[in-house]
Ligand binder design. Structure first.
Ligand SMILES: NC(=O)c1ccc[n+]([C@@H]2O[C@H](COP(=O)([O-])OP(=O)(O)OC[C@H]3O[C@@H](n4cnc5c(N)ncnc54)[C@H](O)[C@@H]3O)[C@@H](O)[C@H]2O)c1
Length: 318
């Protein structure tokens, strides 16, 4: 098994939204990165995206201009899989979320990457074990699930597949720490891993509350951004119960659970919007309206808050 000090070259497969941010993050941490896409145009677009990401980080005071330049120089982009994988130590796959495609890619990674290289996938929810079984080395395949935007978000999920070796999970967690990411260990290859299980539980209740007329979308969002979300950045739900007293939470759970949403399909509040083409910022309407300029304003408002919060959270994870 590779030791952490032996990991020097990272290959990133897929140069879209996630792949480019992942390549940027490894390069900023000092690793030699090979970024692979099938077309030259995708690589060009990825370099532009990385440069834009870096510019925003420099403006926010999260990165120096020199460090940004040095990182860019560490990213070698190529349309050749063979060249991308030759002599690499760790692979981060970020091609579209399609099991057949990912299995094809992993079969190729298995043929071309050095025998001791670790192969990781950024799948949002496909079973790690189903991807790993396309290879002859399922013990070296692991979930390494980044949160979007990957160049900013401080945590990654490290997911154990049914056959992933303990040493591979440990090594991947250590690698995450070396690139200033907090590894969240997920010990079972379950649908949604951890983040999406927590997130969708909340989203199901949020939709229920809106559907029942209990609160408006604005009120639900404010309850999180100015209330629960802030508190959860300071203390997670389990320690929160310890701090508040388990008796209280036991008592609330005993009468409240039965009243909470338990829909097994996406609710009408969501399904009707999707059916009407009101799919969010790109369509100009979702739970909110986005007149011309509104989409950019909504994204800029989110990003400026995120930058402020990240400056604080970087101190916590350092
Ligand atoms: N976007 C998110 O919010 C997010 C968050 C976490 C994880 N993910 C996961 O990350 C993965 C990538 O998502 P994305 O949003 O970056 O998608 P994307 O469509 O932006 O990028 C995927 C890229 O892979 C390229 N590609 C397709 N087949 C390829 C192949 N055989 N070899 C090399 N490149 C290939 C595509 O041309 C495209 O550029 C998915 O599994 C997704 O579920 C996405």
């Amino acid at each position: 098994m590779l030791r952490i000090e032996e990991i020097k070259t990272i290959t990133v497969i897929g140069a879209g939204v996630m792949g480019s941010g992942i390549a940027q993050t490894f390069a900023q941490a000092g690793y030699a990165v090979r970024l692979h896409a099938r077309r030259e145009a995708s690589l060009e677009a990825a370099r532009e995206r990385i440069a834009r990401n870096q510019e925003a980080m420099v403006q926010a005071g999260l990165l120096s201009e020199g460090a940004a330049r040095d990182a860019l120089a560490r990213i070698q982009s190529t349309t050749s899989q063979e060249e991308a994988l030759d002599g690499c130590h760790f692979v981060s796959e970020s091609v579209p979320e399609d099991l057949t495609l990912k299995r094809d890619v992993f079969a190729a990674l298995d043929r071309l990457a050095p025998r001791d290289a670790v192969l990781s996938t950024d799948t949002s929810g496909l079973p790690i074990s189903a991807i790993a079984s396309a290879t002859q080395r399922p013990e070296r395949v692991v979930g390494f699930h980044w949160m979007n935007p990957p160049h900013l978000m401080p945590a990654v999920e490290v997911i154990r597949g049914d056959r992933t070796a303990d040493a591979v999970v440990d090594l991947t967690c250590e690698l995450a720490r070396r690139i200033s990411r907090v590894p969240i260990r997920v010990e079972k290859d379950v649908p949604g891993f951890l983040w999406n299980r927590l997130q969708l539980a909340l989203i199901r209740e949020a939709l229920h509350v809106v559907e029942q007329g209990i609160a408006t979308p604005e009120a639900v969002d404010q309850a999180i951004t100015t209330g629960l979300g802030l508190r959860w950045a300071a203390v997670g739900p389990l320690r929160l119960m310890d701090l508040g007293g388990l008796t209280t939470f036991h008592s609330v759970a005993s009468y409240l659970y039965r009243d909470l949403a338990n829909a097994e399909e996406p609710q009408q509040a969501l399904a009707a919007k999707v059916a009407a083409g009101e799919t969010g910022v790109r369509a100009g309407r979702g739970f909110y309206d986005y007149p011309p300029g509104g989409t950019e304003a909504a994204i800029a408002a989110r990003d400026s808050r995120l930058f402020e919060l990240l400056k604080v959270s970087q101190r916590w994870v350092a």
